[in-house]
Design a protein around this ligand. Structure first.
Ligand code: ADP
Length: 468
């Protein structure tokens, strides 16, 4: 079975968040299962492209509105990632440094999808499945069904995966001039509330789709930025498949980004050595329990709650803990956290920015990982933290519900219900109580490190979806 994953991100080529981790891992596991999975993504102006060797496999043009764009497709030569990687370069439109955030991103995403389908049609390459990740590639199922230019691909199975339903790519109908020519009477398939909505279009036109956890799938039926009626209409082809993690990339025993490697038999010692390094670097006392937060400063992640959580938990425990935050995003949150670092410099540290190596070091050295998320489609941080022997403290939502069971019910994490500082601080105090019981901590660390979050089971579920 030949599968093409279409995505804007893929680790280690270009990563903004969890989408990259999933697209960088799932195809590798699928190939190990005997499938033939490849990734197709845009060519960005990033180091990966200059550190690897490529061959040009296609050179052509696409028309968008009144403009003509060159399209070049590069294939990575070494297959070092465990799958074939194709990069689609559109000079002047898609060959930029960042993945997201440009004023013309709607056109960028349309052009990428158009270019991919144009290349495959021109070269008569027909996969068995197009696996479209998030709304950025959500127009593909519509395009292959309704654009004459791609009739060679008509009938190829299309699967959509919703990694984040908060973003749908809704755009004005005047953007339709950028789409390849299609039968006008089919335009209802693109529309939601008088605008082109690529997420809605994906759901309407694909063969089947999934959310990245069963818990999140259930939430989408009543909270999906206006698409709830569509969810109900299309519920017979909606599934929940939890993400796995790449057990090779995320392995504390071999992780080259760690100062000290360890496994579950030497977890306490290994974590302690890593913790001493981080604490020395950020002026924190390693003898105190260390709580970490890693993520985008966005409402979804509950990052706006962090200032109150930090202030209250340090004050109400008389400074009995340390907190380290790695992330960036909302400016107001960044400013508030900077002020708090100044105020509580012995107990609190922040590092603003995106730092892959530091995230690994925090997973390894923290005792607890905080996730006060409002919305969490799957969440990978809690799985990485467990793999590294760090106890997750999560709000009971989406994929966090499916992956973290509270200690009180036999699990080895901590759950809280309300997305507010009150509940989070209460959970932190519970964590301090646990931390004071060395044998309990030891057992929890061991249990967490013994969980199998690998992709095998979920990869099988995706295969079932492809056969749906
Ligand atoms: P998202 O909604 O942001 O995609 P996920 O939990 O699915 O959330 O995935 C987040 C991924 O991004 C994890 O691999 C996490 O370690 C990583 N990450 C988030 N913020 C940062 C950061 N500032 N520096 C390094 N890695 C980060």
């Amino acid at each position: 079975m030949k599968i093409f994953h279409l995505s804007m991100e893929c680790y280690p080529v270009a990563k903004v968040g969890g989408l990259a981790d999933v697209v960088g891992a799932l195809p590798k596991y699928q190939n190990q299962m005997g499938l033939d999975a490849s990734v197709i993504m845009p060519w960005y102006n990033k180091p990966f492209f200059y550190n690897h060797e490529f061959e040009v496999v296609f050179d052509g043009f696409i028309h968008q509105s009144f403009n003509m764009y060159q399209v070049q497709v590069f294939k990575e030569k070494s297959n070092a990632l465990g799958f074939d990687l194709y990069l689609v370069k559109i000079p002047g439109l898609l060959d930029r440094e960042s993945v997201y955030g440009y004023w013309d991103e709607s056109q960028q995403f349309i052009a990428f999808q158009h270019a991919v389908l144009h290349w495959l049609s021109a070269m008569q390459i027909r996969p068995d499945v197009f696996h479209c990740h998030d709304y950025h590639t959500g127009l593909v199922p519509f395009m292959i069904d309704n654009c004459y230019e791609f009739s060679f691909l008509k009938g190829v199975k299309t699967i959509g995966t919703i990694h984040n339903g908060e973003y749908q790519g809704s755009m004005d109908w005047k953007m339709s001039s950028f789409l390849p020519h299609f039968d006008g009477w089919r335009s209802g398939l693109l529309d939601w509330n008088g605008r082109i909505n690529p997420m809605a279009a994906m759901i309407k036109s694909c063969n089947a789709f999934n959310a990245v956890s069963g818990g999140y799938l259930q939430e989408l039926f009543y909270s999906f930025q206006g698409l709830e009626p569509l969810m109900n209409q299309e519920r017979q082809k909606a599934f929940g498949i939890i993400n796995g993690i790449d057990m090779e990339v995320w392995d504390p025993q071999t992780d080259e980004m760690l100062k000290f490697n360890y496994n579950k038999d030497y977890a306490e010692e290994g974590k302690w050595e890593n913790k001493k390094v981080i604490c020395a670097e950020y002026g924190l006392n390693p003898n105190l329990p260390l709580f970490g937060f890693i993520g985008r400063f966005a409402g979804e992640k509950g990052a706006d709650l962090l200032p109150e959580i930090v202030e209250r938990s340090i004050q109400e425990t008389n400074g009995a803990l340390n907190i380290i935050v790695l992330g960036s995003g909302n400016q107001e949150i960044e400013n508030k956290l900077k002020e708090l670092q100044y105020k509580f410099n012995v107990n609190f540290a922040i590092d603003l920015g995106y730092k892959e190596y530091l995230s690994h070091q925090i997973y390894a050295s923290a005792d607890f990982l905080l996730m006060p998320s409002r919305v969490e489609p799957c969440g990978l941080n809690q799985m990485y933290s467990m793999r590294y022997g760090t106890i997750p403290i999560v709000r009971y939502t989406g994929g966090l519900r499916d992956t973290v069971q509270d200690i009180s019910t036999g699990g080895s994490g901590l759950n809280f219900t309300n997305a507010g500082a009150e509940d989070a601080v209460h959970a932190i105090k519970r964590a301090l109580h646990i931390y004071s019981q060395k044998d309990l901590m030891k057992g929890l660390i061991y249990n967490n490190m013994s969980f199998d979050f690998s992709w095998e089971k979920s990869a099988q579920n995706y295969l079932d979806l492809y056969n749906y």
